[in-house]
Design a protein around this ligand. Structure first.
Ligand code: 16G
Ligand code: MG
Length: 549
């Protein structure tokens, strides 16, 4: 069987590529201004069909979102059959297809992929797709569907869904009828799975004070509303920033990324949040979660991905011990270099911790090496993975005391509560609420597990970020040559000083992170390091942060 070239060309011509642009399938797929993505979406439609054929007709997921980016951006990423990110070796194929200039180049690229990955075109293909609430979504979906049509396929349109719901659906569809069946393949199935596990885990606990959710004016809004109806009074939720139809509102002065990067309360919450009350923010596609609270002096306190990892990992370790499974189930944590040094210290004193490069795919794969792997990025993206052997152990373990039996049941219910396919703000939120309920913690007590080291993140616009190359999980630079030695000289002058430099995978900038025991020192270190980076690489003077002009 060969490619239906006439049909492909008919559709291809409807989606011309902007001639001057180059696209890259980066850390989180293609992501840029929605106005230039039409041809990319069409081509991703074709690629998704090929990926499914390659995997014997297993269902591939496609999510159209630009997450926490501004509303005019959009993006697309592919989801592999178990609900995980697209296999890294295919990222290159995605970029090649997106960048082919003429129909001839495109066909040549397609044929190369088919040959090199040994795809049998006669195999069936299945694709499920969804989008977030961006206004550009419907037009991009139409371009994507043209890609499917060009290959003779009608996919399964899931409409507007969160990224983690789409990942969940992919895993459910592909495990249907097997012993690893993940759940019912519908949003209702997702809601039932999470809410029933949650209710079992908090049975007998007092009903907590209402939790405020900042939904970033994105797809998390309707999803949290729906979840709320399933949870009933077990968890009162106050959903704010749910204006998905207001132009320009998405991620604007709200959402997890705003809170984490500005270390401030979304202004829209300032008249609502009372001291001591806990609140959380989702990002634009609801795969990131950040908690926070105001103390009695109205001071803002952030409970980020590191704090979530510390809370959850320590709880799981306790349950494993109480269930009599210590030594049988090993719990480990995966972080990135952005994890606050205080969190790494807290966690390393309790369990194994690994550091990997930024990006969910790295964390996810590293977490798979533990029986229970907890992974979180400081920015609030993370989840818990229970390995197949841990699942078997839990299913087969015979508790010898009532206390062991309770802990075992909690662990089993946690496996249902957690979205094990990908970081999921709403599932993570329920997990946090379970731990808070069990520990009788308020935000303040949770926060006091350890004190964050003051830190500072700086973006530096440089001529060419590709000259920055890192090693040791992005903690050290190998290129430009000699720069790391200069950085080391600066860093060692600061008490508790730590800093690193890495090229962004999503923006054309270099990022600098610094922390130190005292706030002014952390700031100073960040700006010194950024200055060195700037000087080394000839950044644009207009964008040079004021502090080092
Ligand atoms: C992407 C990643 C996120 C990472 C961020 C870093 C996924 C799904 N998302 O959004 O995990 O923290 O990139 O961005 O992998 P940066 O490379 O621009 O710093
Ligand atoms: Mg996101």
């Amino acid at each position: 069987m060969s490619l239906p070239l006439d049909t492909i060309q008919k559709h291809f011509d409807l989606h011309p590529k902007p001639s001057t642009l180059q696209f890259q399938y980066g850390t989180a797929g293609f992501r840029t201004s929605a106005s230039v993505l039409d041809s990319v979406l069409f081509r991703v439609g074709i690629l998704a069909v090929l990926r499914s054929k390659k995997l014997d007709g297993k269902t591939i997921g496609v999510m159209i979102t630009a997450s926490h980016n501004p509303e005019p951006d959009n993006g697309v990423k592919l989801v592999d059959p178990r609900g995980e990110m697209l296999e890294a070796s295919w990222e290159h194929h995605a970029s090649t297809l997106a960048n082919a200039d003429t129909f001839g180049d495109f066909v040549e690229a397609l044929e190369l992929i088919i040959k090199s990955t040994k795809i049998e075109l006669s195999k069936p293909a299945r694709v499920v797709y969804a989008r977030d609430t961006r206004p550009s979504g419907p037009a991009l979906i139409a371009a994507f569907e043209d890609g499917l049509k060009a290959m003779g396929l009608k996919g399964r349109d899931e409409g507007v869904k969160t990224t983690p719901v789409l990942h969940y659906l992919v895993r459910c569809i592909n495990t249907k009828g097997t012993k690893e069946e993940y759940g019912e393949d519908s949003e209702t199935g997702y809601m039932m799975k999470l809410s029933s596990a949650f209710k079992k885990l908090v049975a007998g606990k007092p009903i907590p004070q209402p939790l405020i959710i900042d939904c970033a004016n994105g797809v998390g809004g309707p999803t949290a509303e729906l979840l709320s109806t399933y949870l009933g009074e077990t968890l009162p939720l106050i959903n704010l920033n749910t204006a998905t139809k207001t132009l320009g509102a998405l991620n604007n002065a709200c959402g997890a990324d705003f809170v984490k990067t500005t270390q401030r309360l979304p202004p829209s919450l300032s008249s609502v949040l009372k001291p001591g009350q806990r609140a959380c923010s989702l990002d634009g596609d609801a795969d990131r979660l950040i908690y926070y609270y105001l103390d009695e002096r109205n001071q803002f306190h952030l409970l980020d991905g590191d704090k979530i990892a510390a809370l959850v990992a320590a709880f799981i370790v306790e349950l494993v011990k109480s269930a009599g499974l210590e030594g049988t189930i090993d719990v480990g944590v995966v972080q990135t270099a952005y994890a606050n040094g205080a969190s790494t210290k807290y966690l390393s004193e309790r369990l194994p911790v690994r550091c990997v490069p930024t990006g969910v795919k790295y964390l996810h794969h590293a977490a798979e090496h533990y029986s229970v792997g907890v992974y979180f990025e400081a920015n609030g993206h993370g989840t818990v993975l229970f390995s197949p052997s841990a699942m078997e152990t839990l299913a087969g373990h015979i508790p010898s005391t009532p206390a062991q039996s309770t802990a075992l049941n909690h662990l089993i219910n946690l496996t249902h509560l957690v979205n094990q396919t990908v970081g999921d703000a709403l599932s993570d939120m329920l997990m946090v609420e379970v731990v808070l309920a069990h520990k009788s913690y308020s935000g303040i007590e949770w926060d006091s597990l350890y004190s964050d080291l003051p830190n500072r993140l700086v973006r530096v616009v440089v001529k060419d970020r590709n000259i920055f190359k890192t090693e040791d999980a992005e903690r050290r630079l190998v290129s430009p040559q000699g720069l790391q030695a200069k950085l080391d000289d600066v860093i060692k002058k600061y008490d508790g000083g730590r800093a690193f430099v890495r090229p962004s995978g999503t923006e054309d900038v270099v990022r600098v992170y610094a922390e130190a025991t005292l706030r002014p020192q952390a700031d100073e270190l960040a700006f010194k390091v950024a200055g060195l980076v700037y000087d080394q690489s000839g950044g644009d003077p207009l964008t040079r942060p004021k502090e080092f002009l």
